[in-house]
Design a protein around this ligand. Sequence first.
Ligand code: PGA
Length: 253
Amino acid sequence: MRGYLVAGNWKMNGSNAASAELVDGIIAGAPESELVELLVCPPFPYLSAVAERLRGSGVRLGAQNLSQHDSGAYTGEIAGSMLRDVGCEYVIVGHSERRALMRESSRIVAQKFQAALDCGLIPILCVGETLEQREAADTEGVIDEQLNAVLDLSGVEAFSNAVIAYEPVWAIGTGMTATPGQAQDVHRHIRASLEVIDASVAEGVKILYGGSVKGENAAGLFSNPDIDGGLIGGASLKSDDFLAIAEAAVAIC
Ligand code: PGA
């Protein structure tokens, strides 16, 4: 049993006070379940303060990005070792906003994925197609290219310490969720792509869905065999909304 991961991607939102309030609300209402792990990914400046509040709770801490470099003259960048140092266990890599807005190529994303592994972080690799690519029937081609860049650099074994998030770009922050069937099809494709190389790694890797997940649609998505939780943006910014999604996962276990 892979269990579920419900991860909150806070993006560039909040303040010191707001992040404290949000995380306290999540800790207070977090369901007790061995099979459902909760994760919050605040902006960099709030990681240490959130880590303090999370201490002793089961809720995990992650970051939203890291540098592909270890240390040195990279002004403004943050190394994976620094994230570990302040208590992160996870880090998101290759979010579509970074691929599009910061021009992160699949090769750079792969380097970040490896940098995360090198310092003991669990990377959450985001993959997903735009609406244009879906309409051109290129969804699988796009996912393959994004996944293969990581497989080429790090090998399939790397996915025994990693998470994948399928996030169709057209569903992020738009209120347009992929139907459970559309999501399951892509999740199956991702797992099958790993299966042909290593069946046990494929069986063990968690594949999250992201894109307008809410309390109301979470159960329909999470009840599919290849969907192991969610990467939540908008609905992770209110503890009640986030906890409703966590409860949907608990109800399925
Ligand atoms: P959303 O964002 O839930 O607001 O659609 C998901 C994400 O970008 O990770």
